[in-house]
Write a protein that binds this ligand. Structure first.
Ligand SMILES: [Cu+2]
Length: 80
């Protein structure tokens, strides 16, 4: 499971937009949004870079919450 801090996610509409965007990438993804700490948890076969990219494309700013040390950083584009 991947976890992201999304500070500009403020309401249910934001949560819905992010969930829909992630389902667009991976219809089988399990997406769980917690508006309290503004975190999104995603269970998907897609790489973290792809998931972050989709959240960013939806207009939000994800910050990966490290669940394991030394995750290899390999962006798929200039903004990853
Ligand atoms: Cu909102």
């Amino acid at each position: 499971m991947l976890r992201y801090q999304v500070d500009d996610m403020t309401c249910g509409h934001c949560a819905q937009a992010i969930t829909q965007a992630l389902k667009g990438l991976d219809p089988r993804a399990e997406v769980s949004v917690d508006l309290g700490p503004k975190q999104v948890a995603v269970t998907s076969l897609f790489a973290s870079e792809r998931i972050e990219h989709v959240i960013r494309a939806a207009g939000y700013t994800p910050r990966a919450v490290e669940t394991a040390p030394s995750a290899t950083k390999g962006g798929c584009c200039g903004s990853c």
